[in-house]
Design a protein around this ligand. Structure first.
Ligand code: HEM
Length: 401
């Protein structure tokens, strides 16, 4: 019955709070499932890996999908110029420029800054005795880090939050006109802001850090070419958006899952080396991005089902991460799990360019929090936001004893 009734465009409130039970049933009954709009939902790990691995067959180009949704608007320009929605060979050229910005040196430079930010939030927790984690910790850290990474001055960071929210909200499957208007205005304002910032940096080159992505991307060349202005502005907007909401949710979910599983806090206290597999397990268990999409360039067969050319597939990362063919006891949160080849950062040519940074943020945040406050407790049940594409805890109240 499930296989005939499931429709990703029309899921229940219960699904939004807990998609995993429904997706497990769908994987068992209809692993390549046709939605009422003709798109397909993939829930098997192996099928999703196959789609990630071949970008020439499974395209990330969203022009055909976004044209009817956004028309000829700033949102259309933004999404269709962002690295994540571009196919090779342009993708290869832009990604090569990213590689010159996301170096080991840049990552290492962030460790002391992340540590001091985390300690600042934890000092506040100790002073107050309690905290709402999203507002006072897990939202603040990634936005500071990604703005440092790009080189956005501290006093401007509140604007970034508003613009990022408006642009990402406009990616939800159902929208009202105001959300579209706000998203379009945010792209216009964000572009102008970055244009001014780049001009300022060019006029004051000594103000910039040598690991600052904005200036590295503006000056770097691949195949003897720099990014065009439009390409540069949209990569920066994309990174500022991609780099904070996802990491916020990773941190909040990690704290939440540990508090729901106190035996895992004890395990981490006994063996601090578990911090790396712990972060991987948080990412597997509550993937901050739940769905990626691709479009078939030609007729394809997955799990025996034909997917016609030009059809969109929804790759359910949340289902792949709990596929029993890949993960034993997939519904168990187990920080000792190894190997743990989750798909929360995607796979293949588009694999998350910020994954090493996100992992370091999480490792430092969880390590310092649980070492300092092993008796951290939930004061009221957490609130899970009813969103399809992003997995979000919208509030998490904790106390220290
Ligand atoms: C927990 C945090 C994060 C998660 C779960 C996450 C997830 C993802 C996923 C699933 C993709 C692949 C999309 C696709 O294949 O269609 C992706 C791409 C990307 N992410 Fe992340 N991300 C995170 C943090 C970050 C951070 C901190 C940055 C930058 C500062 C970042 C920058 C990017 C970029 C630039 C891409 C596009 C790569 C490409 O298309 O070649 N992400 N991310």
């Amino acid at each position: 019955m499930m296989s005939t009734t499931f429709d990703l465009q029309n899921v229940s409130e219960d699904y939004l709070v807990d998609p995993y039970r429904v997706l497990a049933a769908l994987r068992a009954q209809s692993p390549v499932h046709k939605n009422t709009d003709g798109t397909f939902v993939l829930t098997c790990y192996a099928d999703i890996v196959q789609t990630y691995r071949d970008p020439m067959i499974w395209s990330s180009d969203k022009r055909a999908t976004f044209k009817p949704k956004f028309g000829n608007t700033p949102l259309f320009e933004h999404h269709t110029n962002s690295i994540v929605f571009i196919d090779p060979p342009d993708h290869t050229r832009i990604r090569r420029l990213f590689q010159s910005a996301f170096t080991r040196k840049a990552l290492a430079a962030f460790v002391p800054r992340i540590t001091s930010l985390v300690d600042e939030y934890l000092n506040r927790l100790e002073d107050q005795g309690q905290m709402e984690v999203v507002e006072e910790f897990s939202f603040r850290l990634p936005i500071e880090v990604v703005c440092d990474l790009l080189g956005v001055p501290r006093q401007d960071r509140e604007f970034i939050r508003g613009w990022a929210n408006a642009i990402l909200t406009a990616l939800e499957p159902t929208l009202i006109q105001k959300q579209l208007d706000d998203g379009n205005q945010a792209v216009v304002d964000f572009k102008q802001y970055l244009r001014d910032l780049i001009a300022y940096r060019r006029a004051h080159p000594n103000d910039a850090q040598d690991t600052e992505v904005l200036t590295i991307l503006a000056d770097a060349e691949a195949d003897g070419k720099r990014l065009t202005e439009i390409e540069l502005l949209h990569q920066c907007i994309f990174m500022l958006n991609a780099g904070h909401e996802t990491s916020t949710n990773m941190i909040t979910h990690g704290i939440h899952e540990m508090l729901l599983n106190p035996d895992q806090i004890d395990l981490l206290s006994e063996n601090p080396d578990l911090i790396e597999p712990m972060v991987e397990e948080v990412l597997r268990y509550q993937a901050p991005i739940q769905i990626n999409n691709r479009r078939a360039n030609s007729d394809q067969i997955l799990s025996g089902v034909t997917i016609p050319a030009d059809t969109t597939v929804h790759m359910m990362i949340n289902a792949a991460n709990r596929d029993p063919a890949q993960f034993s006891k997939p519904n168990r949160f187990d920080i000792t799990r190894r190997p743990n080849r989750h798909l929360s950062f995607g796979l293949g040519v588009h694999i998350c360019a910020g994954n090493a940074l996100a992992r370091v943020e999480a490792q430092i945040a969880f390590q310092r929090l649980f070492r300092r406050f092993p008796k951290l407790a939930l004061t009221i049940p957490a609130v899970i936001a009813p969103r399809l594409r992003f997995r979000e805890v919208s509030s998490l109240h904790v106390s220290v004893t």
